[in-house]
Ligand binder design. Sequence first.
Ligand code: G6P
Length: 615
Amino acid sequence: MCGIVGYIGNKTACPILIAGLTNLEYRGYDSAGISTIEKNVLSVLKDKGRVNNLKNLSEFNSLKGSVGIAHTRWATHGKPSSVNSHPHLDNSKTFSVVHNGIIENYNELKNFLTNKGFTFYSETDTEVIPNLISYYYQEFPNKNKDVSVFLSAVQKACKELIGSYAIEVISKDFPDYIIVAKKNSPLVIGKGVKENYIASDIPAILEYTKNFYFLEENEFAVISRNNVEFFDSSLNKISKDLKEISWDSNATDKNGFEDYMLKEIYEQPDSIRNTINSRLNENGEYDFSDLKLSKQYLKNINKIYILACGTAMHAGLAVKNTIEKLCNIITQVEVASEFRYRNPLVDSNTLCIFVSQSGETADTLAALNLSKEAGAKTIAITNVVGSSITRLADYSVFTHAGPEIAVASTKAYTCQVTLLNMLAIHLAETLGNCDRELINTLKLNVLSLPNKVQECLNSDDFIKDFASRIYTEKDVFFLGRGIDYTTALEASLKLKEISYIHSEAYPAGELKHGPIALIENGTTVVSIITDKTLTPKSISNTQEVITRGAKTLIITNEHLSNSNFDTIINIPEVHSFVSPILAIIPLQLLAYRISKNKNLDVDKPRNLAKSVTVE
Ligand code: G6P
């Protein structure tokens, strides 16, 4: 999705903006642009294509000044092109604006402004914003205005906008300020010494500062070199606390790995260890005391909803059975974009858990708002401190995966499944009616995960070999029963995302109700077998596809000796409740290796965005 960067200080803005945009490339984009001001001259440089392309444009060196805004665009309204790229100027070339989000009423606003004599050059929704600001700015009689007039014009324009936005505005009439505003789209302000930074995403500016302000909905900030002033929607001054982010800025380097995805796959032993440790007290006991969920409350809840999108939703699926078995509470896992529009049965006795790496996914955020309005208690499971979802939820529990840059999520997923399992155990212990022996086994299993994940990474060579044999295929099937089906879903998503191979995940027992018709000589079928109670059934289902000519990759913690299987990857034994955390590792590697064999851009797959901040 679109990315925003801004800088105001005493250094030349352009290289900082380029570096920030480069850090945001992972979000997915198709165009980039920069606008700077020097001596009341506003310059704009933008084009479709990569951030690096900007450096080749002839006007690049004329981008002077120590104040600037920048943007990576992921096209929604209008194709990727120079004219549709941000920043956008108003007709008088007084204001320059970058925008993340979607202005839903832009047609009405465009008509309104066209009737007032404004002309539009792009197909974007964004171009109405600088022109609306300009329209309201003209209402002020005296042109020697102070920055409050600039702010009022921005506020009046924002009042007219329906939809979502995070915007940065600079003006040639106010060369020492950047004004920012946000509604349903993330924006952070990084505080430096005599300089300030702005970004849609913390990693973009992490190399410059670790101190951040988080803008809330409908708030404005007026940013100068030495100061940041905050205002509510009616322009009353408000104060804000600075928050320190603990992420290491080196965490956004590739650290010698060829791609971020590979680095993130290999980081999993550490990220899982950090996530586990974050919830252990000095006696090694689980500590979720910040979640004020009493035994009485838990006894009265009618159901638990886990709401999320994409990989985060698969993390929810991976713990549904665990919560139901340990806590005896009905647990439903739903895609947030469906949940939000179907009048779900949520009330004050429902516990809603929102899983999101970024903490910014628009649909998950909307599902959270809906659940809160219905009176449910809400818990956010996210990786980003200060993100919108954590600010809205009643309680937040953080994964400690560190910044995840590759679009295809890997370490965030395994940390989410780990943390959700720990939470399930905590809820079961609070309820007090659980099988003590099972809880103790699970706790030991959780502690063993980092080392066992490390062992799973040893499968890379076998996976490389298997990938080199199947990377030209058109279809791959992933099968699993019970919890292994949830791993199949996640493995299939990984393969689709980065290798562009069509794949299907099926509950193994369901295959013969239709999809088996697609199995022919040579079709690749990946079978995940980690639940002892279901192993014979899973083997039978795999045998059925082998009989029809499939070649099979088996991921298992059982000692299988069936010579019909093409490749068997053995993973360490753990209780099936936590087995998705191990079983997915070779399958993340499989998607990665296939993508490399196909010479694709692993970290930035086509059409996808890391953080989906629009519907
Ligand atoms: C996008 C990303 C996925 C991610 C999903 C949910 O589709 O490409 O990798 O799983 O959003 O993102 P979240 O930040 O809410 O976990």
